[in-house]
Design a protein around this ligand. Structure first.
Ligand code: RUQ
Ligand code: CUA
Length: 641
């Protein structure tokens, strides 16, 4: 069944008169069926209906109760999962290139990928004939907060490999800003200000380098430094930096907007493993946000690469930092959702060191010692890496060497530390295998609800069919709603997801259609205005010397131009606006043999630029299934010699 037969007119007629009405009319059958498959609003569940904890099965047509935001690890992307089904819902390209959406090829994505780089990186990349990096190594996906609760605005994530952070807009689930952090080397730990809102994005530089790193200092590690960076999450500009002692690992913030802390390894400041682990103790560094802000405001920061930097190193004995000693090489850094405690996970020590935030005022005022801020130190097992919470006073620590999730009671651990004879350990559950991060539902916000926990295992070994020497990781789902933890699901993942954050679906409100005034394609609106072209109705070519702009729109199942002609060697920019305003109706533009491909979402505009260096006839087609006549959605580019 085609539109032509249906309406008794040709496709050309459709274009000229009533294409939109006819096309949408022809789609009713499809969208109706898709709506049933995808779960329209009529199928939405009463909160919690599908997911009474314990029941992981989310039947066809039912919706999950939680969004899971998964780091894509070395793939450089972010993934969105539904929980408890653990179904993968979406992949959001961030630092990587993406064949499906054209991320890393379209003009809009290339601008985001390149504009936030440092001048040094831009100059370096130019010499490599590139405008941005092609890789990313993401670890820590963090949804934004207002008053300690998730607010559904943004998700931030780090790129360890090229020292960047990214911001994803959760309304459209697309990356909208990427920033390289100057003076830093490999951003690892990443956390957000919780109160009053995000606010600051705190970024840990993991490696110590000379500052400036311009070749004047080389093999003199004593002169290397690590910096802690605060980025303004609204403007995505660096606010300030603090020099610290040791390598920064993970970090977390309080619920009062006063302090932020980082675990540090290598207080020895060595450059190889033996030197880095020589001392039996390392430290966690605590930052006083207000003291730093005041110093920066008062012009006390040293300007390095255009950023105010204050000295918070141990020997500087500054008002900005305090160093609390913990056992060798602490790793995870996790604030409890009641706002009271910070857990520093031992890694090389079998313990979790618990610091009480409330003691920090006295510590910074010099009234108590560093050690007096520690209120518990429970022994959980070999290789504690990260801790999460159920909101009922229990903590869950991932223990790497023992391959276990260990549940322990915080109040009992504090009693034990005071000398009372109590055992804080509630249960040890085997996971498969070598668990890294663990995170429970809503646990990084004050709304921790203790239903589900994920154990992100680094090795899957025998848990799945063998797929060769490179195995998937195993993200396990554990029901923590009752007194006992129960392992309920194995989830293979590639590549290493490091960390995930689980957010109740009521907190996230994505849209179905793009807004025609979205800042995402503001540049295209501006260019169209200059060219005196209306994006949504244009079928026109603007030529400026050898630069050609091809404006067209798409409406299922056609492009508004089924052919266009350019000259060999022209620089061609194709600008397409998807005029369909139907949910789930994405079009694409793929040009055969030109390395050109992009996604155009409903009501969006998108553009891509290439050189017409191949003479002859080249077809373009829509690569996103959109209509019964999707295959026919194509056109020809004629390149004349
Ligand atoms: S780290 S396995 Cu990159 Cu979050 Cu701990
Ligand atoms: Cu448009 Cu497929």
């Amino acid at each position: 069944m085609s539109e032509e037969k249906n309406t008794g007119c040709t496709r050309r007629d459709l274009f000229d008169t009533s294409l939109k009405v006819a096309a949408v009319g022809g789609l009713v059958g499809l969208t109706g069926r898709w709506a049933v498959m995808g779960g329209g609003s009529a199928l939405a569940l009463a909160p919690g209906a599908a997911a009474a904890a314990g029941n992981v099965e989310v039947a066809p047509g039912q919706l999950d109760e939680y969004y899971g935001f998964w780091s894509g690890g070395q793939s450089g992307e972010v993934r969105v999962l539904g929980l408890p089904s653990m179904r993968e819902l979406m992949r959001i390209p961030v630092f990587n290139r993406d064949s499906a959406t054209g991320w890393g090829s379209t003009n809009e994505s290339l601008k985001i990928l390149s504009e936030g780089l440092t001048p040094e990186s831009k100059a370096f990349l130019k010499k490599q004939n590139r405008v941005t990096f092609d890789h990313g190594d993401t670890h820590h996906p963090r949804p934004s907060y207002t008053n300690g609760s998730y607010d559904g605005r943004y998700l931030f994530i780090n790129d360890k490999s090229n020292t960047r952070i990214a911001r994803i807009r959760l309304d459209v689930m697309k990356t909208d800003k990427i920033l390289e952090i100057p003076n830093a080397h490999a951003i690892h730990g990443l956390r957000l200000q919780r109160y009053p809102k995000t606010g600051y994005v705190f970024c840990n530089s993991e490696m110590r380098i000379p500052m400036p790193n311009d070749g004047t200092i080389l093999d003199d590690p004593k002169k290397y430094t690590c910096v802690f960076t605060a980025v303004d999450g609204d403007t995505m500009k660096v606010a300030w930096q603090v020099m610290v002692s040791g390598n920064l690992d993970n970090n977390d913030t309080d619920y009062a907007g006063k302090y932020v802390a980082s675990t540090c390894y290598n207080s020895e400041e060595g450059t190889d493993t033996a030197a880095m682990t020589a001392s039996p103790t390392d430290h966690a560094v605590f930052f006083d946000i207000k003291a730093i802000e005041e110093a920066v405001k008062g012009g006390k920061g040293q300007m390095i690469a255009g950023i105010p930097v204050v000295d918070g190193r141990k020997e500087a004995k500054s008002p900005f930092t305090r160093y609390i000693p913990v056992a060798n090489s602490p790793h995870g850094c996790n604030a409890s959702p009641d706002g009271k405690y910070l857990m520093l996970n031992g890694k090389l020590s079998p313990t979790v060191t618990v610091v009480e935030w409330a003691k920090l005022d006295d510590l910074f005022a010099g009234k108590i010692t560093e050690r007096e801020c520690i209120v518990a130190d429970p022994e959980v097992g070999l290789g504690p890496l990260h801790t999460t919470f159920d909101g009922r006073g229990n903590a869950y620590t991932s223990v790497f060497l023992d391959s276990q999730i260990v549940k322990w009671n915080i109040a009992d651990a504090i009693k034990q530390f005071k000398g009372e004879k109590v055992n804080p350990i509630r249960q040890k559950l085997d996971v498969h295998y070598q668990v890294g991060h663990t995170n429970a539902s809503q646990a990084e916000s004050k709304d921790a609800d203790g239903k589900w926990l994920v154990a992100l295992c680094k090795f899957s070994k025998d848990r799945f069919l063998n797929v060769g020497p490179l195995k998937p990781e195993n993200d396990q789902l554990i029901d923590i709603s009752g007194d006992e933890m129960k392992l309920v699901h194995d989830g293979p993942a590639f590549a290493e997801p490091h960390d995930a954050t689980i957010v109740h679906r009521s907190k996230i409100k994505p849209v179905d259609l793009w807004d025609r005034n979205d800042p995402y394609f503001a540049d295209l609106r501006a260019q169209a205005k200059k060219d005196k072209v209306e994006l949504a109705t244009a079928s026109t070519i603007i030529r400026e010397g050898s630069k050609v702009r091809v404006y067209m729109y798409s409406a299922a199942p056609s492009f508004s131009m089924t052919e266009f002609k350019v000259k060999l060697g022209d620089e061609v920019t194709v600008i397409i606006t998807n005029t369909d305003d139907v949910s789930d109706l994405t079009h694409g533009f793929t040009l055969v043999g030109h390395n050109v491909c992009m996604e155009i979402g409903p009501q969006a505009s998108a553009s891509i630029t290439f050189r017409a260096d191949r003479p002859g006839v080249h077809y373009y087609y829509c690569q996103w299934f959109c209509h019964a006549l999707h295959m026919e959605m194509q056109g020809r580019m004629l390149v004349e010699v």
